[in-house]
Ligand binder design. Sequence first.
Ligand code: NAG
Length: 147
Amino acid sequence: MKAIFCQPLLLLVYFVFAIHAKIYERCELAKQLDNHGMDGYQGYSLANWVCMAFFESGFDTEAVSQNKDGTSDFGIFQINSGWWCAVEDSVSENLCRIDCKDLLNADIENNILCAKRIVRDPQGMAAWNEWKTHCEGKNLSEWVKGC
Ligand SMILES: *[C@@H]1O[C@H](CO)[C@@H](O)[C@H](O)[C@H]1NC(C)=O
């Protein structure tokens, strides 16, 4: 009886964990991005998005990092809480109209929508420092190779 009771509970715990934490595979992410029309979006090839996500988060949907100015960056694209998403009790422009913690689950559709909003601004993908440092102007063909 005890064992029978425990098993569904473990499964439930595992399930809750699983929907929150996901580290994408390179080609898995490339496919998702392609499905959402990111290849060529605002002139940036798919490889640019994959490269940016790798250097920003290591493809980890749960990545959160703090900035010196007190804001934080959330999720696979490290979206900033000062401008794009909102954290409770702190000031944000919240231009993507989203709660920052909703950017941390395995479903990255909302992250993609917000990234599209970000890249429509004049600076384009230069909004992402890691993209400027590691991806801009480079031969990025390896990032989508075999996908
Ligand atoms: C980029 O690199 C790949 C292989 O690493 C190579 O085949 C390709 O010709 C390169 N493209 C350019 C534009 O240099």
